[in-house]
Design a protein around this ligand. Structure first.
Ligand SMILES: Nc1nc2c(ncn2[C@@H]2O[C@H](COP(=O)(O)OP(=O)(O)OP(=O)(O)O)[C@@H](O)[C@H]2O)c(=O)[nH]1
Ligand SMILES: [Mg+2]
Length: 380
């Protein structure tokens, strides 16, 4: 491991990353139901279904066949999931530049500590977590366990891996076989909730689960259409409401729809909302309560966080968790950013596991979070 870092660093120096280092230093409402695989938007005159009311009979609509699982992402031409290492190039380059400088110095000096702190902050690990990691490393130097810059880089890698493993464990999403599982997707605007649902719908359909996608974002008509496209592409069922309708009514209808057809998984989209807006957070609590009505059971509340938003992701995670109890984080847009360190901060400071990572806009660009692979991809 250490020789690998050293080798990488020397090669990188010989090419161009010293220059990179220098540069781096320089700077309310109601919903209706429509169904499935041939989505037929319910006409506007259709009566609304209040949450808690008897489910709207589904026999008025043609029974959609349970869709046949399809291979992932044929449209994007990607049959295979993306390689984490390829997509984390920006973070790796950034770290490599610092590693080069640390290793080139020959001994551990005050500049070494300054550089490591800068690298961690730039990676968005956050000041608190960065200082904790560095304090641990200093202890290792004081005790004599770490004596050289190469040891130090290896110790940092081990420490980051340990920090991530402590919380992460199993990154699989909770699924109970004999119920209508509801996975609720929440987060601030534009973080990738709808896209993530599209990706997960494809993944779950491919694994043989019968998925219904619920357009709980009734805020924008375009958002409903966007989700419908994803659902169609995945071959999943789809339940929509009227633009401006009550999101909890849509989720309720979707759960009833799924239950009536023996679908065991509802992926519920919600409108992006600021975690600081109390009324919108209240709306989310209602969505959650309604989703729990039989046969529904909320088995995951997934907070979608945009990796590029940095430390604000931490505040978002804190607020959404206190409002509706987040069970896991999906970290999106890790491709093309050097800021993947928010993973460490969310896990270390809030103890919420990062379960999935978004690595692009395509259907297959979603991987389970694997601490080992993540640290390796960032540092090698
Ligand atoms: N590069 C990259 N782009 C992503 C990823 N996930 C989502 N996006 C893009 O981010 C933009 C917003 O994605 P949406 O899925 O619409 O986000 P949202 O959270 O549903 O947005 P609102 O519903 O408006 O709150 C789109 O252009 C997506 O293609 C990712 O992992 N990587
Ligand atoms: Mg959306």
């Amino acid at each position: 491991m250490v020789p690998l870092i050293v080798t990488l660093a020397v090669v990188v120096v010989a090419l161009s990353l010293t220059a990179a280092l220098l540069i781096a230093r320089g700077r309310a409402r109601r919903g209706t139901l429509s169904s499935g695989d041939q989505p037929t938007p319910r006409p506007a005159e259709s009566p609304p279904t209040p949450p808690g009311a008897a489910p709207r009979p589904t026999e008025s609509a043609p029974e959609p066949p349970i869709a046949t699982p399809r291979p992932l992402a044929t449209q994007e031409g990607q049959a295979e999931p993306p390689r984490l290492r390829d997509r984390l190039g920006a973070a790796r380059k950034m770290f490599a530049a610092y590693a080069t400088s640390v290793l080139a110095r020959g001994s551990i000096s005050s500049e070494t500590w300054a550089e490591l702190e800068e690298a961690l902050i730039r990676a968005d690990v956050g000041l608190k977590t960065a200082r904790k990691l560095l304090a641990d490393l200093r202890d290792q130097v004081t005790s004599g366990a770490v004596t050289t810059p190469a040891d130090l880089m290896a110790a940092l890698e081990t420490l980051m891996g340990d920090t991530l493993r402590r919380v992460s464990g199993d990154s699989s999403l909770a699924f109970e076989p004999d119920t209508t599982n509801v996975w609720l997707f929440v987060g601030v605007n534009g973080v990738g909730k709808t896209t993530t649902i599209g990706k997960i719908a494809a993944r779950e359909m491919a694994s043989g689960r019968h998925v219904v996608v619920a357009a709980g974002d009734t805020f924008r008509a375009a958002a409903i259409d966007q989700l419908e496209l994803w659902a169609k592409r995945a071959g999943a069922g789809f339940v929509r409401g009227l633009p401006g309708g009550d999101p909890s009514a849509v989720i309720f209808d979707a759960v009833q729809h799924a239950g009536a057809r023996g679908s065991n998984l509802v992926l519920a989209d919600t409108a992006g909302r600021l975690h600081t807006k109390a009324n919108l957070m209240e709306e989310l609590k209602k969505v959650r309560r309604v989703a729990e009505r039989p046969p529904g059971k909320v088995t995951e509340v997934l907070l979608v966080v945009d990796a590029t938003t940095g430390q604000n992701g931490l505040a978002q995670a804190r607020e959404f968790t206190s409002a509706i109890g987040v069970t896991g984080v999906v970290l999106t847009k890790l491709d093309g950013t050097a800021k993947g360190g928010i993973v460490v901060a969310i896990q270390e400071e809030l103890g919420i596991p990062v379960k999935l990572v978004g690595l692009g806009e395509g259907q297959a660009d979603l991987v389970e979070f694997d601490p080992e692979a993540f640290v390796t991809a960032m540092l090698h």
